[in-house]
Each structure stands twice: as C-alpha cells, then as structure tokens.
Design a protein around this ligand. Structure first.
Ligand code: ADP
Ligand code: MG
Length: 808
C-alpha cells in the first residue's frame, strides 16, 4: 500500500479516508492506482468494515458505478465520477448517477502521439522511425506476433523452457551486479514455492518492486541450481483491476526501433486503446459486416493488439485486411465504371477486307492465341465504350503485331493513336517494327515515316517521339500531331505524357513492362485520354491475385503460345567451377557469328556500386577472357546517350558481347543473340531471370541461357532448378510470388500499390472477396454517395491521392 493510502486507512473517519483516497486517485491521473487492489475493493471494504448506512454518501458513490465498477470506466468517466463522489464525501449533494455529463474535452485520434501521457518529443521522434505520428498510427501499429503468456502456473509447476505466467508476491528486490552491468534481482513466492527472478541491465526494476507487492510475471522459465528462474521476464503489478498489458495473456510483440522498448509501446498502445479507440469510425456498412460476418473495426483493432485467443487474431486481421483491400477494389471498379460510359468513345471498326489485307501483308500467319487476342481487341474497339484491356503474353509471343492491327483500326477511322514504351530503345524498336509492318521506311534516325498500305484507303503517317529526337524536329512532330497530320506517335511514357496535344486521339497503347500500377494508369487516363480506347501490354505473367489488384481495372487477353518454329531456350545452371566452360561456350557461339549477353550480379546496396562492379567485370572480360572480341557495356550510371550508343552498337552487330547490369533495360530485340550468361543468378528473382532469358531465342537458332551462382541458398537453388525445368512464364511467376512476396516480385516501389499493413497479396481468396463485395456495393450505390458509404468513399479518395500524389 502506498504511504498515503496507509495513512488514510489509519484515520478513524471513513469519510475522511474516502476523501483522501479519491483525491489521491484524482491527482494520480485516474489510473486506479491510489490503493492496491483497486478502488472498487477499497470502497467495498470501507463500506463493509464501517457498516455505513445505505444513504451515506459513500454508498451513494458506490451505487453510481456501473456493474464492473470503477475499473471498467474510461478515464473521462472516472474523472466525472470522482468529482461527484468527492463532492458527496465533502457533504455536497451527489449529482444524479447517470445524469447529463459535462462535455468531455474534445479528443482527436489524428492528434500527434505527444497527447499521450509520458510522450515527449524524443519519444515521438522514435515513434516516427516506425512511421507512427498520430494516435491513429499507433492504433494501427500492429504487432507482428504475440507471446502466449496465457499459461498461468504455480511456481512449483513451472517447466523449464516453456512460456508461462506466475502470480507471486515480492519477498525481496534489489539492484545487483549481474555480469559486468547493474541489474535487478528479486525473490518472489506464491503458495507453492519461491523463485529467483533477474533482469539484466535493468537496475530500475528493483526500484519499482516493493516487498509484499503482488505482481504477475511472464516469460520462459529456466533452471538455476535446480530451481526455477525467470530471466528478463515481463512483469506488471497485479490487482489494479485493469486489464493486463505485459503479462498473463497473449501479449503483443511490436516492431521496435532504437530507444523504444516493447514495454513502452505496449503501455502507450494500451493508453490509446483505452482513450481513443472509440473515436475510430466504422467504414464498413452494417449490411456488409453482417453478411461477411466480420468484426467491427474497434473490436478488430483491439483484438489485433490484445486478442482473447489465436482465433480472434485471425478474425481481426481478416477484417483489417479487408479494410485495405476493399477501397482498392472500389477505386479500381469505380474508375472503370466512370470510363466505361456508353457513347463516351468513337467506335473504331475495322472493315473485314481491311483486316484481311493487313493479315495478308504480314510475313507470317498469326498463331491461334494471337488471333483470339486480336478478335477481342477489335471487338472492344468497335464499341462506343472505351476499351480497357490488358494484353498479356510472354516475351516473344508476338504482341506487337496484334497491337499494330488495332492501330490500323484507329487510322482507318480517321483517329490518332499513340504507343508508349518504358524506355528509349524500346520506343525506337517499336517505331521501326511498326514502320516495317505498315510498309514504311522507318530506318536510320527517321523521325517521321509514311506508308500507303493497300488495305487502307489513305496514307498512314507515323512519328517517333524519343529523347534523341532533336528539339527542332520534336517541335515539328508536336505541331504535326496537334494538326492531325501524324496518325501514330511512338515514344516513351515520359515524352508523351509531357503534354503532346492530339487532334483526335482514339487509341492509346501502353507497353508497360510492369512499371505502371493501377493508380498511375488511372491518373494517366483521367488526365489525358478519358475517352480513348486503352490497351496495356505486359510481358510479365501475372498471378491472379496480383492481376486482380494491379490490373483489376482491365479485361485480359492472353497470348499463351509462341510463334511456331521457336526452339525452347536451353537453360543450364552451372557451378562456379564451370565458369571457363561457360566462357568457351560463349566464344564458340560468337565465333559462329552469333552474339551474347553477360548480365552482372545484382548489387543491392546502391546503383553506383552496381555500376562499379559492372565496369570491373567488363574490364576483366575484355582484358583476360575476350581480348580479341568487341565488347560493349551498359550500366545505370551512363547517360542516356551513352547507353543508347552502346545498345545500338550491339544491335547493329558491331559489338558481339553486351555486358550489362540488371538495372539497365535489356528489352531489346536482337534476333542474332543466342546466349545469355547470367552471373550471380541466385540474386535474381524468377520473374527477372525469365525476363532476361527472353532476350535470346528470338531468332530461328537454338538459344542458351547459362546461370552461374557462387553459393546459392537452398531457396535460390530451388529457383535455379525451376529455371532449368520450365520456360512457362506463368509457372515461374506464381512460384516467384510465393517465394519472395509481391514487393520483390515487382522490384521495389514499382508496383504502384499502396503499402498494406495487414493485407497480403498472396491471399487470393480475400482479394476476390473484396472484389465481389466492391462490385456489389457499386451495383447498389454507383457513386458511393449514401451516408453509410461516406467513410468508404473517403478511404477510396485518400488511397488514390496517396498513390498518385494527386488531389482530385
Ligand atoms: P513481344 O510479345 O515480346 O512483344 P514481338 O511482338 O516483339 O513479341 O514478337 C517477337 C518476334 O516474333 C518478332 O520478331 C515478330 O515479328 C515475330 N512474330 C510475331 N508473331 C509471329 C508469328 N505468328 N509467326 C512468326 N513470327 C512471329
Ligand atoms: Mg514487345
């Protein structure tokens, strides 16, 4: 008992004692710590011992408490009750037990964490390292796991090595030398026995423990001289009538940062839960919650921190994940709906004879998969609803020709079209390929090309808009696009988004190589091409869960077949001892007239280190291994011009071997390249290895991919084996996602997805559920305009702004 409390009980007058304790409680911030065992017990004892009449102020004050007693009140309620009870104890009349309460001070869950007790600037700064700035952030700082301390034991029952909790009295506690540092040591006991407890490096614990205090200890029991011992257990006082925070239950384990202990985080999260949880607004409409049987938000947040049992954690996390997935799906569908207004766009119908003419002019027949994708594309273009379609096909599956046919449809209807590529070199390649397909001369440095294909009753003019186009030429191209003289513009995303004005843009193609997320695409569309038909092309096979989120706004066509006559690339994973064999093999191919890629290992620390390593590797290969051959080098630190020059020399066959880092797009079509040697192959993900490998095998000759790895981890070995086994991009993508998670799968920060705290992109079922529910909600309330959807609508808007940095 605290000295003040002791003094209070000594006094004869129970009213005086009551007043003392109540004021003490008030001055201590209403945390139910004025008396050991809690205020409720004190009040009951006081009442019983003194046989106070029912009409006494003490009895009245007791009656003003709800069934759970003082311990169950919130801080604000406690303050109110204390005021009333003190007034009664001093002789003033008690206010009506549940009368109109004075308005509590306004609380804001978005206030900085410094509003919490004991949080000063230093501590707030440490929380910032965890991205926690406001009380809301703290409520959403979820533990990554829980320690199960629910197992309450008597001291005599403790089993060494098992997590357990004991309730015991402090017999003695003192600071002590433990090893070289000061720590604390205590002896505690319960009815079954006693045990030693030590805390290393924590001398202050001893000062907090008083003889005869009842405390709860949780931790992993050990043995010391044949007796049980706890080392660094969690502990807290017992009997304040409050919920346990650090012990005796499933106790949250939080992500930590320097200077911030788990104990501090738990204490503050507890405070936030007690005082601010009620301010969280429920975003999910009742009907939906009922149908999906999900917890309410406050219950879920509470349970994510302090669950009753494991099942409750699962249920809470499911609910919280849904909160993240649902707004994403809503925004995806909402945008899709907004674009897809009937009558919003011009139908671009390609007459059958023109289509036949285009196909007849090709040097090859389309594969069945290409033809199917083409029919879907032309079907969409022929409608007055803007197309939103994803064309997915492995590297080399022949997407370009399908897209080109769509371009013809646009031009045939007097509309302009644009094709955007992620890199300069790819944009140039597209320009050249398209010009050739249409029968125009798009060679050497051409900026404009004109074709007069037999299947069109008008000329077709195509322009190149890449960085290497000189300012003067560029101005001219811009002018011609604006006047409508150019039918098709081909360029990089950046250049085209810079603000080209089209006379009558009807069709937009984005060749995106997974650089664009759904939100960026939405922003692009809202900004520039609301009514144009949109085709997105990607060579990355995308697992369904990701497709639903990243490309959920699009319909999909898949080209799941390679053109005939392609020989599957032979892939070999060789141990480092065979590096010389690999070099010899490369030389053989090059001397036979072919070309080769060498990919340098990934250096994750920085791009400049990566480039340095590539330069070294290049120098070594040139000096020691292939002194007689022409080599080229590209890495991230080269200027755009230097990079392009190197790529061109390789493309044109002047350089026989291209040494490259991973950061540099090798998305270049060099049919004569037949070998790809990947150094440090264990450092790359499957999707990326597959992309690299797709750079060879584009011609008729047998191609090879050689994988070298110094000492791959078991998981990397699994990847390398899989690369040997299959060239099926979908299988590889699915495996990659499972093994490395979505962040790695797409490369850091490229996915354009928001950071989820709880949701997992591997949880296809929950994503599908969010999708279905989002569709159902919009069916019901297409603009999310109803009051019960207001919170969701806000989340959708917030999400969009956060990802695109736009305000709308
Ligand atoms: P990607 O899907 O990777 O963009 P491309 O469109 O660049 O593939 O096509 C790869 C190569 O295959 C090109 O040289 C292209 O001319 C050729 N090609 C495309 N379709 C066929 C086909 N049906 N038959 C034969 N070759 C084709
Ligand atoms: Mg391509």
């Amino acid at each position: 008992m605290t000295p003040a409390a002791k003094e209070a009980t000594k006094k004869a007058d129970p009213l005086e004692r009551l007043r003392k304790i109540l004021s003490l409680e008030q001055s201590k911030g209403c945390d139910n710590s004025a008396v050991m065992g809690g205020l409720d017990r004190f009040l009951r004892t006081l009442l019983e011992r003194n046989g106070l009449p029912a009409g006494s102020p003490v009895a009245q004050a007791l009656r003003a408490l709800p069934p759970g007693g003082y311990a169950r009140l919130s801080k604000a309620e406690r303050r109110r009750w204390l005021d009333g009870a003190l007034a009664a104890a001093s002789g003033a009349p008690l206010p009506a037990p549940r009368g109109p309460a004075p308005p509590p001070p306004p609380k804001d869950v978005d206030a900085p964490v410094t509003v919490l007790k004991g949080v000063k600037a230093t501590l707030a700064g440490r929380f910032e390292n965890l991205n926690v700035r406001t009380v809301r952030d703290l409520l959403y700082l979820f533990p990554h796991r829980h320690n199960d301390y629910a197992n309450l034991r008597r001291i005599s029952e403790l089993e060494p090595g098992a997590d357990a909790t004991v309730r015991a009295r402090v017999w003695s506690a003192q600071e002590t030398q433990l090893g070289r540092r000061l720590g604390s040591e205590a002896t505690v006991g319960d009815e079954s026995g006693m045990m030693r407890v030590v805390w290393f490096n924590q001398p202050f614990v001893a000062r907090q423990l008083r003889t005869n205090d009842e405390i709860v200890l949780s931790g992993r029991a050990g043995l010391y001289h044949g007796r049980p011992i706890f080392e660094n257990p969690e502990w807290e006082p017992w009997g304040r009538g409050e919920e346990l925070t650090h012990t005796g239950r499933l106790v949250p384990v939080y992500p930590l940062t320097a200077g911030l202990s788990g104990r501090t985080v738990r204490r503050l999260v507890r405070q936030a839960l007690d005082e601010y949880l009620d301010l969280l607004a429920e975003p999910l409409p009742d009907a939906l919650r009922g149908r999906l049987r999900v917890m309410d938000l406050r219950g879920a947040v509470r349970a994510a921190h302090y669950p009753e049992d494991q099942d409750e954690i699962v249920a809470a996390r499911r609910r919280l994940a849904l909160d993240e997935l649902l707004p994403l799906q809503l925004s995806v569908l909402l945008r899709r709906r907004r674009w897809q207004q009937p009558g919003a766009s011009e139908p671009l119908v390609l007459r059958p004879d023109a289509l036949d003419g285009f196909l007849a002019a090709l040097p090859f027949a389309l594969t069945v998969a290409q033809r199917r994708a083409l029919d879907q594309l032309l079907g969409d273009l022929a409608r007055d609803v803007p197309m939103s379609r994803l064309l997915q096909g492995d590297v080399g599956s022949g997407k370009t020709v399908v897209a080109a046919c769509g371009l013809v449809a646009a031009v045939a209807n007097g509309h302009q079209a644009v094709m955007m590529a992620p890199t300069e070199i790819l944009a140039e390649q597209h320009f050249r390929t398209l010009a050739a397909l249409f029968g125009a001369d798009g060679g050497d440095g051409a900026v404009l090309a004109q074709a007069e294909p037999a299947y069109l009753d008008r000329p077709l003019r195509i322009a190149r808009l890449t960085g290497s186009v000189k300012a003067k030429d560029r101005a001219e191209v811009y002018a011609r696009i604006e006047s409508g003289e150019v039918d098709i513009a081909v360029g990089t995303h950046a250049l085209i988004q810079e603000g080209v004005t089209f006379a009558r843009l009807g069709f937009v193609i984005v060749d995106e190589q997974h650089r664009f997320g759904v939100m960026q695409r939405a922003a692009l569309r809202d900004k520039s091409a609301r009514s144009a038909h949109l085709l997105v092309m990607t060579a990355t096979p995308i697992p369904r869960s990701l497709y639903l989120t990243l490309y959920g706004d699009l319909d999909v066509s898949v080209i799941d077949e390679l053109p005939p006559g392609r020989q599957p690339i032979v892939t070999r994973w060789w141990p480092p001892e065979r590096r010389d064999d690999a070099y010899d093999f490369l030389r053989e191919q090059v001397e036979g007239g072919r070309q080769a890629f060498v990919i340098c290992p990934l250096v994750e620390e920085s791009e400049s280190l990566q480039s340095k390593a590539a330069v070294q590797e290049f120098e070594r290969l040139r000096a020691d291994v292939y002194p007689d051959l022409e080599l080229e080098l590209v890495h991230g630190r080269l200027s755009g011009r230097e990079k392009d020059a190197a790529m061109r020399r390789f493309r044109d066959g002047e350089a026989r071997i291209l040494v490259s880092t991973a950061v540099v797009e090798v998305g270049i079509d060099v049919p004569n390249a037949t070998v790809m040697l990947i150094e440090g192959a264990d450092r790359f993900g499957l999707a990326q290895l597959h992309q690299f490998r797709g750079r060879v095998g584009r011609g008729a000759d047998q191609s090879y991919c050689l994988l070298l790895a110094e000492s791959p981890s078991p998981e990397a070995q699994q990847r390398l084996r899989l690369m040997q086994e299959t060239t099926d991009g979908f299988r590889l993508a699915e495996a990659d996602l499972q093994m490395r998670g979505p962040g790695e799968f797409f490369g850091t920060r490229q996915s354009g997805l928001p950071d989820f705290r709880v949701a997992s992109l591997l949880d296809t079922r929950l994503i599908e559920l969010a999708r279905t529910e989002a569709a159902r909600l919009l069916e019901d309330d297409p603009e999310l305009a109803r009051p019960e959807h207001a919170a969701l609508a806000r989340d959708v808007a917030r999400l969009f702004d956060a990802v695109t940095g736009e305000v709308h």
